[in-house]
Ligand binder design. Structure first.
Ligand code: ADE
Ligand code: ZN
Length: 326
């Protein structure tokens, strides 16, 4: 089996990472103190002890509550700086960061502070760490589509580091079709499109994301493994999946890692990438996900190299940058 060092050193792109999901308990307490925000936990340890989830919603409740400590441009910059440093140490050379502006604007944080904070840290990382990247604005699918429309309009005033749009938050009951209009508008503005689909939701949501949103990658997408016809379509069309193994275990979308469909998807010819989702909450960054699938699924060096190569290839980096990274 490939060594830890081999897996961590593989040059990778991280394509499924919620920047708010990199908020570690110690930074949450530091920012809470600095901003005068009260967390309902007495200590870092007590907060960390809450990270035991029964499903996606139980995680989202804690995720939205804890991000209340993020208030200023500098908070978002510090969060992003810390993530990029850790990711770079695990082989990440390009990172496309999801962010949830509706969750910040609703708390009175200006979208400019969010975008400039994350974007500023990305610019620094490009210079200091050799990590390239950009932002993917995620619409909250459990909020009204009017709110998604408003946040897209606001974000388009700061298009510099905006690569695309995505769709996240509670999945079941909020099918992709609800967001066809706002995705069409984002694509008309020249943005790429991705969406979470088939994490907890059925394979039909993956089909909707492809047919009605025109997504170029599917985030999670693991429930495609239940539908051979859909796997064949993903393979034939070369649609990459951004798979997050540790997340799927922690949110109990798979019973345990040894039952994860990653290798079945790969064997069906689907383009698989490995990512961390919300690493502060799910027990590991992207490199840790590679180590975990080696240990639980017997992923070989050749398979791991293919996943890492696919991540760079499936990224929205310019062609010249991709060539440099391969
Ligand atoms: N927001 C942050 N992490 C998420 C996930 N895994 N699924 C849906 N929405 C999310
Ligand atoms: Zn996600």
């Amino acid at each position: 089996p490939p060594s830890d060092d081999t897996l961590l050193a593989l040059p990778k792109a991280e394509l499924h990472l919620h920047i708010e999901g990199t908020l570690e308990p110690d930074l949450a307490f530091e920012l809470a103190g600095r901003n005068g925000v009260e967390l309902p936990y007495a200590s870092v340890e007590e907060l960390a002890a809450q990270y035991d989830f029964s499903d996606l919603q139980s995680f989202l409740d804690l995720y939205y509550a804890t991000m209340a400590v993020l208030r200023t441009e500098d908070d978002f910059a510090e969060l992003t700086r810390r993530y990029l440093r850790t990711a770079a140490a695990q082989g990440v050379r390009h990172a496309e960061l999801f962010f949830d502006p509706q969750a910040h604007v609703a708390r009175g944080v200006p979208i400019e502070a969010v975008i400039d904070g994350i974007g500023g840290a990305l610019a620094e990382a490009e210079r200091d760490l050799g990590v390239s990247g950009g932002l993917i604005l995620c619409f909250l699918r459990d909020q009204p589509v009017e709110s998604a429309d408003a946040v897209l309009t606001a974000a388009l005033t700061r298009p510099e580091r905006l690569l695309g749009v995505g769709l996240d938050s509670a999945e079941v009951g909020y099918p992709p079709e609800l967001f066809a209009g706002v995705f069409a508008r984002a694509k008309d503005a020249g943005l790429h499109a991705v969406a979470h689909a088939g994490e907890e939701g059925p394979p039909s949501y993956i089909v909707q994301a492809l047919d009605l949103l025109g997504v170029e990658r599917v985030d999670h997408g693991i429930r495609a493994a239940e539908d051979p016809e859909l796997m064949a379509r993903l393979a034939a069309d070369g649609i990459p999946l951004t798979v997050c193994p540790l997340s799927n275990v922690r949110l109990r979308t798979v019973p345990d890692l040894s039952a994860h469909p990653l290798l079945r998807l790969d064997a069906a010819g689907v383009r698989v990438t490995v990512n961390s989702d919300d690493p502060a909450y799910f027990g590991g960054y992207v490199g840790d996900n590679y180590l975990a699938i080696r240990d639980a699924l017997g992923v070989t060096a050749e398979q791991a190299e293919r996943f890492a190569r696919t991540s760079i290839d499936a990224s929205f980096a310019p062609t010249a940058r991709k060539a440099e990274l391969q």
